[in-house]
Design a protein around this ligand. Structure first.
Ligand code: ATP
Length: 248
């Protein structure tokens, strides 16, 4: 583990339903302050990797059967999802997952459920979130279920910010969004990284955009890391261009 490492995963294996081997020894490092992208085709194992970290595999009959996951130098495989949130590891699920019947603001406040630092601190952070997402402030009284896909993704990221995260695990932020909105979401990720010091690990099928915003990338194929490197390095690699960026 390097000194600067926030999250360090070594050789993890994940099995679903006791027999389906899905991750076949994944290792990766997320440096403090980085934006790291997990890339790869549908089914490569990106979501499973993210869920291993947030420890929500059990609900899907999945299990980490080998390897280790360290956050800030401590083993965390046995922590509950809630304890991970308290430590600052917060997942934003694929498909956004807002509470559709709650308002935008109520959704954001649910993100603060593990906090014990008082109403004032939470209220300040709500204003912080609105400063990055002015559209959510305008829509704060609207039922989240009636906001647009882009707004719901913003609610999901804003909700994660309400937990005072150190590391946000962001699963497929571009899913189902028009290119303009995808760009907007990645711009916000970059801003939160730079201004609030939040580290990101994001799973993304759209390698072209992820590599423009990430600092480092890992390419997964069939449950293994097949290539990794600085984002700029990956973006100019001929194989990456051909297979993941649709250029050749
Ligand atoms: P996606 O873009 O669809 O999220 P991914 O790269 O994130 O793809 P995973 O969702 O991690 O990939 O899936 C990796 C493999 O694990 C796939 O072959 C998938 O069918 C399998 N898998 C995922 N969830 C389960 C489950 N609950 N039970 C059994 N197999 C699963």
């Amino acid at each position: 583990t390097t000194e600067n490492s926030m999250l360090s995963i070594k050789n993890i294996e994940v099995i679903y339903d006791h027999v389906i081997l899905v991750l076949k020894g994944i290792s990766l490092e997320v440096p403090n302050g980085g934006v790291v992208a997990l890339l790869g085709a549908n089914g490569a194992g990106k979501t499973t990797t993210i869920k291993s970290i947030s420890n929500i595999l059990k609900t899907e009959r999945g299990e980490v059967t080998k390897g280790s996951i360290e956050f800030e130098g401590e083993r965390v495989e046995n922590l509950s999802p809630n304890d991970l949130v308290k430590r600052g590891v917060v997942q934003v699920m694929e498909g956004r997952h807002c509470f559709g019947h709650l308002t935008v603001e109520e959704n954001l406040l649910t993100g603060a459920y593990t906090r014990t630092d008082g109403r004032k601190a939470v209220a300040d952070d709500l204003e912080m979130v609105y400063s990055y997402f002015p559209r959510l402030k305008v829509r704060r009284k609207s039922q989240a279920g009636y906001t647009s896909g882009g707004e719901q993704q913003m609610v999901a990221v804003g909700r994660a910010m309400m937990a005072k995260p150190k590391l946000i695990l962001l699963d497929e932020p571009s899913m189902g969004l028009a290119p303009q909105l995808v760009e907007e979401i990645f711009e916000i990720v970059q801003t939160l990284n730079q201004k609030e010091g939040v580290t990101f690990l994001l799973a993304e099928q759209n390698a072209a955009i992820a590599l423009r915003y990430a600092t480092y990338g890992y390419i997964l194929e069939n449950g293994r890391v097949v290539m990794d490197g600085a984002a700029s390095h990956l973006a100019s690699n001929e194989d990456v261009k051909e297979f993941y960026l649709g250029l050749s």
